[in-house]
Write a protein that binds this ligand. Sequence first.
Ligand code: GLP
Length: 252
Amino acid sequence: MKVVVAGSYRELSSTAAAMVRDAVMRRPRLTLGLPTGRTPVGMYDELVRMYRSGMLDLSGVVTFNLDEYYPMDPRDPRSFHAFMRTHLFDHVNVPPDHIHLPDGSAPDPAEACARYEREIERAGGIDLIILGIGRTGHIGFNEPGSPRWARTRLVRLTDETIRANFGTVDAATPRSALSMGTGTIMEARDVILLASGPGKAEIAAKAATGPVTTAVPASILQEHPSVTVILDAAAASLMVSGGRATGGRCGV
Ligand code: GLP
């Protein structure tokens, strides 16, 4: 696990975007695993800027998002489908039939998850997956205690995650999601984990240098052969050398 500390959120975002661009240039038909949440927004902004300036062609890329709320209509503005249209897909040239997210509107969630796994397999697996990390240490929506070899499945969200993602909670707030499992994530060939801000300092340190435990799902990444953790200074503030992390300062 390589840990790089960016001088700012902007540098974190441009570093991550540059890694994605380089991967796409090496492999135009890259299969890309994508996250949602606040952390990757700066990276998406940078990828859109690169595309608009002719520095990036995503026409061959195939994408698989980590998760989607369940039940959730893809037209609902709270959906991750809507998030990805707003922050990326409406602004770049990924062909619509190359875009995959778990189907939050499926009548049978188990069948939708099995179908998602088949689609990933048919695409040849995920080449590069970008992850954020939740305050509970979740990746995707694999909450603490998730079986480490879990596949894409229906998961119950913790109250902390629901509050972090929705703020106010009412009867219409989804309490479940369809999420790639840590088993699915660990099969990606390369992993980038992003963490920004002081609120992620403790969980980032646990994930990168603490014990590998299902209590901190992201810690399982320490056993992946190709992980780059990109943090800004605030998120890296509790990172001590140790564990399997090797530190370094990135520059762009
Ligand atoms: C959600 C997503 C995760 C994301 C996490 C952190 O729960 N399912 O994929 O990493 O939130 O989001 P943020 O980057 O907003 O802190």
